[in-house]
Design a protein around this ligand. Structure first.
Ligand code: FES
Ligand code: FE2
Length: 341
């Protein structure tokens, strides 16, 4: 375990932020959300992740596709927002594409003279697990499948494909994305920052386990004060972090995914997607309200940390071996990626 925290320049230097984009985010898996965003044939939705414009479609064969949202004629952005359509038409010179990405018509070009295969939409690699879509911008192999298999085993018999999507909330936070991650990766602050959460979980049972490129925190819930399903043999909460920035918050009957998207070196967006099993409307509302309360407490503390890190009064701190191994593990991952490219 590394005992020293990242020094404070890692949370505010533009150069480090650029290195993170190059060596971490352009190579890692990103969570795009679940397949419910495109339930019907012809549905499409537009996204931006890691500053890349993306289209997610469900084509006529019911296949999900992920492409760059860029026309192959002269590079114009193709679609905005979301909708349902039989084709994708470029608003610049009128080239059209199938929802599968194939080039359909190339206005202004003789059919025999252009190789249609060469000008299909540029695909982005994706992987679907329990209805969640992960994407990746480069082709290097890495171990997402292995990670998800392990998670699947740990949470057995849960299957999020049976859960229903409820809603998305986006929070803009005035802190470096790693401040939010560091905070998420320990339960050490819970008794002080989240007094109510502290009564819902059994703090003494809180444990952290680290694995290659991910970590897990879990604890028992106090059945009486938990807003979740009350069942004696299912009263655990799991918090998974798939590095660098994908979080799965699992409580009985509920999955909440978070992605922490850097905006610049001192700001990030945190996106919450809520999914529920067959849970009553009352429980769902309670859960969402409670999550918002906890999130606001975390935002408050993360923004305070960012302000502290910017001051001349601090450079580097230390980790508790008992309570902060998750944060230390994550920071070793970051150091390793940046120092070894
Ligand atoms: S850029 Fe799309 S048709 Fe010209
Ligand atoms: Fe927290």
């Amino acid at each position: 375990m590394n005992h020293n925290t990242l020094s404070s320049n890692w949370y505010q230097d533009k150069e480090i932020f650029e290195l993170e984009k190059k060596y971490i985010f352009s190579k890692s898996w990103h969570l795009l959300g679940s397949i419910n965003q495109v339930p019907n044939k012809g549905d499409y939705v537009v996204k931006t992740i890691n500053r890349q414009p993306i289209i997610l479609t469900r084509d006529n064969d019911n296949t999900l596709n992920t492409f760059y949202n860029v026309c192959q004629h002269r590079g114009c952005i193709l679609l905005e927002h979301q909708g349902n359509s039989k084709q994708i038409k470029c608003g610049y010179h009128g080239w059209t594409y199938e929802l599968s990405g194939d080039l359909r018509t190339a206005r202004g070009f003789d059919k025999e003279l252009i190789d249609y295969k060469k000008y299909q939409l540029k695909p982005i690699k994706h992987y679907i697990w329990m209805d969640q879509i992960f994407i990746k911008f480069n082709d290097d192999d890495n171990d997402l499948k292995k990670i998800l298999k392990k998670i699947e085993k740990i949470i057995e018999p849960l299957n999020f494909s049976e859960y229903k999507y409820r809603k998305r909330d986006t929070y803009k936070i005035k802190c470096n994305w790693k401040v939010y991650m560091d905070n998420y990766l320990e339960g050490f602050h819970i008794p002080l920052v989240h007094p109510k959460l502290n009564t819902v979980i059994n703090y003494k049972s809180y444990k952290t386990q680290t694995f290659d490129d991910f970590s897990m925190q879990w604890c028992f819930l106090n059945i009486d004060s938990s807003p979740y399903k009350n069942s004696k043999d299912n009263n655990k909460a799991f918090y998974f972090t798939i590095y660098p920035n994908i979080l799965f918050n699992i409580a009985p009957g509920r999955l909440q995914t978070n992605t922490i998207e850097p905006i610049d070196e001192q700001n990030c967006n945190v996106i919450f997607d809520y999914y529920f099993e067959d849970v009553s409307e009352k429980k769902i509302r309670e859960d969402i309200l409670f999550s918002e309360e906890v999130q606001n407490e975390d935002i408050y503390i993360c923004e305070k940390v960012q302000r502290g890190l910017k001051s001349d009064g601090f450079n580097q701190g230390i980790f508790s071996e008992k309570y902060e191994i998750g944060v230390s593990h994550f920071q070793s991952y970051i150091r390793d990626k940046i120092n070894n490219g």
